[in-house]
Design a protein around this ligand. Structure first.
Ligand code: TYC
Length: 120
């Protein structure tokens, strides 16, 4: 008598390891942007200890202002508590903040500044 084999479900096809033939195309997922990129203003804050001259030099050095413009910005910060030194893309603004904080820290001054998104 012929034996009856139990029927097996078909085996899944063996998966071939993917080979890189050097022609692979990698698609980078990008979030679609509508409108211009968000810009950031670097806002410097007043304090009671940082010398005015130091602030003026920092504004000239890192924000590309001449002596007159840097002095006007410094005085505005001194009188109003804060002031905008410049407007940049996100990475550039973050770099400016780092540069100012490092220079102030090295000189022993408590000068602070922050980057904040520009409202429009
Ligand atoms: N208020 C400081 C002083 O009288 C000067 C100053 C100006 C400090 C601007 C910080 O962001 C600043 N020496």
């Amino acid at each position: 008598m012929a034996s009856i084999k139990p029927t097996q479900p078909p085996a899944p096809p063996l998966k071939q390891p993917e080979k890189d033939d050097g022609n692979a195309v990698v698609l980078e997922r990008r979030t679609q942007r509508v409108g211009p990129p968000q810009m950031y203003q670097v806002v410097m804050l007043n304090d009671d200890y940082t010398p005015m001259e130091f602030v003026v030099v920092v504004i000239q050095e890192f924000f590309g202002k001449d002596l007159e413009a840097a002095t006007a910005i410094m005085l505005k910060i001194h009188l109003d508590g804060k002031g905008v030194c410049g407007v940049y893309s996100r990475d550039v603004a973050a770099t400016k903040v780092d540069q100012v904080l490092e220079a102030a820290h090295k000189a022993g001054h408590p000068l602070k500044c922050v980057a904040e998104p520009v409202e429009f």
